[in-house]
Design a protein around this ligand. Sequence first.
Ligand code: TPP
Ligand code: MG
Length: 312
Amino acid sequence: MALIHACDDRIRRGLSGGEFACTYWPATGQEAIAAALGAVLHTDDQLVTTYRGLHDQLAKGAPLGPVVAEILTRSSGVNAGKGGSMHIAHPPSGLVLSTGIVGSGLPIAVGVGLALQRRGTDRVAVASFGDGATGTGSFHEAVNLAALWRLPVVFLCQDNRYAEMTPATHGQPVDHVADRAPAYGIPGQVVDGNDPDAVFGALTTAVERAREGSGPTLLECTTFRLWGHYFGDPMSYIPTDELEAARVNEPVGRYRERLAADGVLDGPGAAAVDQAARDAVDAAFTAALADDPPGSDAAFTDVYADRRGVPR
Ligand SMILES: Cc1ncc(C[n+]2csc(CCOP(=O)(O)OP(=O)(O)O)c2C)c(N)n1
Ligand SMILES: [Mg+2]
């Protein structure tokens, strides 16, 4: 959680100060969901996430330096600087891809789940998406098919209450995304997405169910995007009291307080964790900023793959 928090902060500071330019969708406020996800999944479990994916990508084990370099479109990036902040993939970490088309990650995760099932593995595929994605047709098609074929998929909704500038209450006729699960005959659960222990528990159950062949779960983790939709979002459409309440409920500080109360991590210990995270992030940015963007000669490499999936 500290690493995600530090990295998101560093990106926003760099953009604010004009040090570099890129599109960015901040993940601050959603650190707990990703940290729990990373702790529950194995490296060879597969994750499909979205443009708001920094937290998921780092938690899944994608390497910090090459992820930062990709965000800055440098040739040392995970995708050689040709994907940019919206299209981060790292197959060795089980990070299948990050998509910019809302709802499109779910059917892809279902396809991955089908492949895992047919190969007879006990691996699982997770689709991580926002509350707004549940209004797309692809959400319903994906959940229906995964439920029908009892695929090893977990549908992980990061319900941050907004889709761009539209509140969830204006976009869905049910109180909770998880309320839709009975329509597909699968378990649905709402969990406090700002409590990493709660997310860990619920995800463990969902992932075990998928591993043993009992099919998918729809897990809704309630949270908030504390910096709005995109970097620079003035957030004027969010009522002040709602934003204030969300800031108080912020997961990193909340968990730090719990760890202190439980005698797990004292103040200096927490400060050391934060400092180590900031140091790692600063080193990643220093290296990435010293690297070059890909040259024009790279434009036609890694574009097509042959039938075995080998890039050419
Ligand atoms: C199919 C499609 N429609 C619209 C958009 C424009 N768009 C980008 S992000 C977004 C909001 C998605 O909200 P949500 O699924 O809740 O994810 P969040 O951004 O809150 O993480 C929209 C409508 C898009 N990228 N793709
Ligand atoms: Mg949302």
